[in-house]
Design a binder for this molecule. Sequence first.
Ligand code: ADP
Length: 446
Amino acid sequence: MFKKILIANRGEIALRVIRACRELGISTVAVYSEADRYSLAVKYADEAVCIGPPPSKESYLNIPRILAAAEVTGADAIHPGYGFLAENTNFAEICATSGITFIGPSPAAINAMGDKALAKETMRKAGVPVVPGSDGVISEVKLAKKIAEDIGYPVIIKATAGGGGRGMRIVREAGDLETAFRTASAEAESAFGNPAVYIEKYLEEPRHVEIQVMGDQFGTVLHFGERDCSVQRRHQKLVEESPSPAVTTKIREAMGNAAIKGSKSVKYVGAGTIEFLLDKNKNFYFMEMNTRIQVEHPVTEEVLGVDLVKTQIEVAAGKRLDKAKPIPEGHAIECRINVEDPNHDFRPSPGKITAFHFPGGHGVRVDTHAYDGYEIPPYYDSLIAKLIVHSSTREEAVEKMYHALDEFVIEGVKTTIPFHRKLMKNDRFRSGKFDTKFIETFDFKD
Ligand code: ADP
């Protein structure tokens, strides 16, 4: 087992990893930017090293500084969390050449799945159904037009380096294709430094259903069931749940097997997620793979009673996965509490938290890095807490979530709590019959 793990991240996920390490008897090193000097990760970790000024590029994305911190403190492994360097092949490679274990898949697997167009190709070759579209990236508008005509409108243009819902454009008719192609490409260039885009059929009213996978170093890959992330705003997830109200045992099995097949094709080790779109006729298509732990991993942990972060660390250290799959129990829901104002187009609302009280009780879990008096820095993403509930049925879980949200007090900043409270009372949400377009039609304003 590792002796000391450096956490190359911040916020709630840094705390999540520190806690897992403590339980495993591993020492921890937090790295932090000047804006995070007073963070709980700095307080909770055994050691903490400042790696630079607030902008991510100069701190959490600064590979030489992070590696220097690992060397100075004698860390033998690095946990990248999610975001920042979690899916950076170059970083994983540099860790390996420096003799530090990167807690995640091999650089080759990250590379094969990190490029979205290439990932689709890899999955198609492994026999997994993919959303119909171009074979790889396309550089010419003319070719894009031809493909769009072949697969039929509407189509979606997506950045191959994309993430967080950026670099995507939906095109409903041929006349709009050229502009959409150019803007998607320009947006991808400025957001990801890579202008390459690909094109696929835009599925109307699909559900977003993803499979959690875990692989060890001996070729075993297990799937830990699905999460439904269809409650989205501008292609960004707001609520996740497991099991999916739309997935039957048969679909789960088929999706799970496809996810395992795809993961094995890249010799996947560690925690990963295969994202699918499920259409109205219950056909599913591979969309992308995230080669890291995800924000929404707790819903899977709650229904299965497993600790995915501990397991992820153990397999990175060479432990074999237990092939006896855990049995899912009940229903779990996660609400992402962001410091955003739902009444004003979800605009960010950083600032000082003047009062903070979070809910508790049976089946209620809060993963947060916030505290009373915490000054939320404006430089990073707006997730401030994840509220997760677990109950025996979906109906009970929704009810529990509503009351837990009611108990949650965060003052001094605007949050998405009022949005979630309304959602929990919404008939369509309660019915479980909704798709990724649902939030567009949901009136949540006060
Ligand atoms: P990102 O990596 O930026 O999050 P994804 O490829 O995961 O991008 O897509 C994010 C969301 O965009 C999906 O969950 C889905 O709601 C929507 N989406 C992506 N591709 C399609 C498609 N072909 N048809 C319909 N919706 C899509």
